[in-house]
Design a protein around this ligand. Structure first.
Ligand code: ARG
Ligand code: ZN
Length: 883
């Protein structure tokens, strides 16, 4: 059944305290819960409502009396107790089976340890409870377990008591001093070891920080610990927010559906976002760990202290916390280019994944109006577009204005479960700005398009910029109203210098070189005076709004922007526009069977960037990276994945043919000899060097193969080793070279077979190789190290292939879709959340040629017809088929 935001009703009862006792056993865990509740007289709900799933109910007592079967009803996950008194103490005993819980939601087993995941609705798999985020309570939790098998017992908050029970078992009692919703509950029990440290807060208070991992992984926790300390300091400095507990724990588990979870004081992480050392982790992994550790830590205020009233408000905490983690990573690098590089990387994800979501059958507003399964709404729209919405407040209000808004938000709502509207109100009230129209960013789905048209009048030295906005129809929303769009901009003269701006609408800011125009109407014209010659506009600087910008530039103008724009984001953007233009044209040429040619203007513009040593290597790496096949696909109404792949490969080869010497010197100039460190400068160098290697191996010969082989053999860190292995695997060379590449793949597996996260990389690298077809994926699925039961492993091979190898996945015979259907059906039995993620690979099926659509429709229908389809998968497939 679909749940609607408009149907929200406050809970009939509030909960004050929750006491829980766990007798932990992997086969059968007993859970005893005592809940004190009191009636909420303001609610229209008169029943006492509890939620439960996959539970065996052993006992249910209300105010000391066993509840008879006729005193309550159970319908699906909902239990209703009618005529409950105003003050209630419930005592509930449930029995659960952690070992059988393959959904990784609720209490489950991972390598013999107990782990929980309660967001969004996992707590109801532990006990019957008013499992909704607006019910906040204080928890005390007693954990009991066999001491040998489960020496470590962790819970939320503070450890208040521990000891032996005599019978080979022991206990630990945890108390969380803060009220929290049930989705923030967590426990961990098992054989774990930790790196720990006492850390002194700015206030002088000392806190205990711990990173818990399985035995043998203590050589991989330092970076997570460093990231945690950086996060704590950053939130104090940037937002004045202090850690409110005496102890903060991170636990890593290899069986996890998502990235990590912000449970109060006891964050639980996917190992992917904790474990790192130079041997097993790449620079990208290091950056991922830093941002996810930051993200979960920042949730302690934006999510935990102030939480969501209902799950439609999910972006209230997620969008805001993504914005905070993005700013954290940017501030840690500190430099202007460093910030721009981070911004470009974030925008790339937004455009490639979120814009695509916004254009497909699962499109939804940042604050959805309905859902079937909330777990399907942990999306790039809620997270990344949500973060862009928060960033627009920041752009509109400025650094200090935004901080004032945050301060007011906490002053008003600490300890509360609130709505997106409350956040907007805090921003509006603290700044005195009218943000009424801004609400549409929350309520309207779809990616707005902004069209820019300009005229220049030499006689009056007047320049006019007309901005018009529109937004396509999305499911359930045919007509859109204008958004409030901040458009940061400047005008460049013929030398590429910013000119001083005199805009009629912003006379108070006369002389500025960068203005934030506010587009609020369907169309608006901005007039600039005193413009000596026709300028080149630089619009949407730093990507000031999550929109598509239509503007006609000549190649010359783009070249000027690429070489000179004072806004590094738009410099990069100009390069992407030059590349996209060519990739689209070449894709059409491939389809028409024409000869392919790359023009010298483009080659020379890239050459100039590549050799410009005044530019940060990571920035050069981004400019030299062509738009992905998925990005190119967005330029077409009907997508031809093979033609796109051929065109992009052609451009890569042609560039290497012309820039071989420059790539070679970039390679040589950016070596990072000596000990590996994941600092920004070395990471930037490795990024450019390895991009050069990847280009060089596109123009295959003996010497480039050698280069890759030597780097593989001699690499002292995973970043270089993996880049070399990828170059070898994607090398289109002789048979001898192909054999040597196969040997390297084998050796890599052998050397790292004990490191699950590295074996994930091994599968992924092969999954996205352009020689890997459906048959090869099936062969890899037979490998002894492959399993669908572990989400990381399932993602590494099957998701990577379906989402990251479009020219092979969209095989003309439909074999890719048949594989996809089998996988979704298999995963549906094991883990509905993971299955539903894979199900989304066919979201955009209507964008492909009819013969592919037919195959896709069959595959979708096959999944739809499966017995016992979870509501997770059913929602995704149902929406796709309705498109
Ligand atoms: N709140 C977590 C985070 O943003 C994500 C947890 C989502 N889990 C889920 N099963 N839907 O880090
Ligand atoms: Zn989050």
């Amino acid at each position: 059944p679909t749940i609607f935001r408009k149907d929200y009703v406050a809970p009939g009862f509030w909960v004050d305290t929750v006491e829980m006792g766990f007798d932990l056993d992997l086969h059968e865990t007993h859970v005893a819960t005592r809940i004190t509740m009191r009636r909420n007289h303001d609610s229209a709900e008169k029943d006492l409502v509890l939620f439960g799933a996959s539970l065996k109910l052993l006992q249910l007592r209300m105010n000391g009396v066993n509840l008879k079967k006729n005193a309550y009803t159970i319908d699906g996950e909902v239990m209703r107790i009618a005529n409950a008194p105003d003050e209630v103490t419930l005592e509930i005993e449930t029995l659960i089976k952690p070992l059988k819980n393959t959904s990784l939601s609720g209490l489950y087993a991972s390598n013999g340890n107990f782990i929980t995941q309660c967001e969004a609705e996992g707590f109801r798999k532990i006990t019957w409870f008013p499992d909704r985020p607006d019910v906040m309570a204080k928890y005390t939790v007693m954990l009991r377990a066999n001491k040998k098998k489960f020496p470590i017992l962790l819970g939320n908050g503070n450890l208040i008591e521990e000891g032996d029970l005599g019978d080979g078992r022991h206990f630990a009692k945890w108390e969380d001093p803060f009220k929290k919703p049930s989705y923030l509950f967590a426990l961990v029990a098992g054989k774990l070891v930790c790196q720990e440290e006492n850390y002194t807060l700015k206030s002088g208070r000392s806190v205990l920080l711990q990173v818990w991992v399985e035995d043998g992984n203590l050589d991989k926790t330092q970076h997570a610990m460093d990231s945690l300390k950086n996060s704590i300091r950053w939130d104090e400095e940037r937002f004045g927010l202090e850690l409110d507990l005496d102890r903060f724990m991170i636990v890593a588990t290899s069986d996890f559906n998502m990235g990590a979870m912000e449970n109060k004081g006891l964050n639980i992480f996917n190992t992917k976002y904790v474990l790192a050392n130079s041997r097993i982790a790449t620079d990208v992994d290091y950056a991922g760990i830093e941002s996810v550790v930051g993200h979960e830590y920042f949730h302690n205020w934006t999510g935990n202290r102030v939480t969501c009233r209902d799950w439609f408000q999910l972006s209230l905490k997620e969008g805001l916390t993504v914005f905070r983690d993005q700013e954290f990573s940017a501030d840690l690098v500190g430099t202007t280019t460093g910030r721009a590089v981070k911004r470009i990387e974030d925008v790339r994800v937004l455009r490639q994944v979120q814009f695509s979501e916004d254009a497909g059958p699962m499109a939804h507003p940042v604050r959805p109006d309905s859902f079937v399964e909330i777990n399907n709404f942990y999306t790039v729209t809620i997270y990344e577009k949500g973060s862009e919405v928060v960033r627009m407040y920041y752009t509109l209000l400025g650094h200090e204005g935004f901080r004032k808004g945050m301060d007011l938000y906490f002053a008003r709502h600490d300890g509360q479960a609130v709505e997106c509207d409350d956040f907007r109100a805090a921003m509006a009230d603290s700044s005195g700005r009218d943000l009424t129209q801004f609400e549409r960013w929350y309520s309207q789905s779809g990616t707005p398009r902004v069209k820019a048209e300009t005229t220049y009048d030499a006689e009056t030295q007047t320049y006019q910029l007309t901005l018009s906005q529109s937004c396509p129809a999305t499911p359930g929303q045919d007509e859109k109203l204008p958004f409030h769009i901040p458009v940061a901009m400047g005008l460049l003269d013929a030398e590429g210098k910013d000119i001083a701006l005199h805009c009629d609408a912003y006379s108070a800011l006369a002389g500025a070189t960068n203005l934030i125009l506010e587009l609020t109407e369907a169309s608006q014209t901005f007039t600039f005076t005193g413009v000596a010659a026709k300028p080149v506009p630089s619009l949407l600087r730093n990507f000031s709004a999550p929109v598509l910008l239509d503007i006609e530039y000549s190649d010359e103008e783009l070249g000027l922007l690429l070489a000179n724009d004072s806004d590094p984001f738009n410099r990069w953007e100009a390069g992407q526009r030059l590349a996209t233009r060519r990739l689209v044209k070449l894709t059409k040429a491939v389809q028409a069977g024409e000869t392919l040619e790359l023009d010298s203007m483009f080659i020379e513009a890239l050459r100039a960037t590549l050799v410009n040593e005044s530019l940060d290597p990571s920035f050069r790496e981004l400019v030299l990276t062509l738009p992905s096949e998925a990005m190119i696909a967005e330029e077409f109404d009907v997508v031809d994945p093979q033609a796109i792949h051929t065109a992009r490969q052609f451009v890569r080869t042609a560039l290497t043919q012309h820039l071989r010497a420059e790539f070679l010197s970039a390679y040589e100039a950016n070596l990072t000899p000596g000990q590996y460190t994941p600092d920004a400068i070395s990471m930037a160098k490795r990024a450019l060097k390895n991009l050069a290697l990847s280009y060089l191996s596109a123009w295959s010969d003996e010497s480039t193969f050698e280069l890759a082989q030597t780097q593989f053999d001699e690499a002292e860190n995973m970043t270089d080793r993996l880049a070399a292995l990828s170059a070898l695997t994607n090398f289109h060379g002789t048979e001898t070279q192909a054999n040597a590449a196969a040997q390297s793949l084998k050796k890599f597996y052998k050397d790292f077979k004990k490191e699950a996260l590295v074996i994930d990389k091994w599968f992924m690298l092969q999954a996205v190789a352009d020689t890997t077809d459906v048959a090869k994926v099936r062969e890899l699925m037979e490998h002894k190290a492959f399993t669908l039961g572990n989400p990381n492993r399932a993602r590494s091979l099957t998701f990577s292939f379906c989402n990251g190898n479009p020219s092979r996945f969209h095989a003309a015979d439909g074999s890719g879709y048949a594989l996809w259907a089998e996988l979704v059906i298999e995963l549906n039995k094991i883990n509905p959340q993971v299955a539903a993620r894979l199900a989304r690979s066919l979201d955009r099926w209507k964008k492909y040629p009819l013969h592919l659509q037919e195959h896709m429709k069959l595959a979708l229908e096959k999944v739809a017809a499966t017995k016992k389809l979870s509501k997770d998968v059913a929602e995704v497939i149902g929406k796709a088929l309705a498109a």
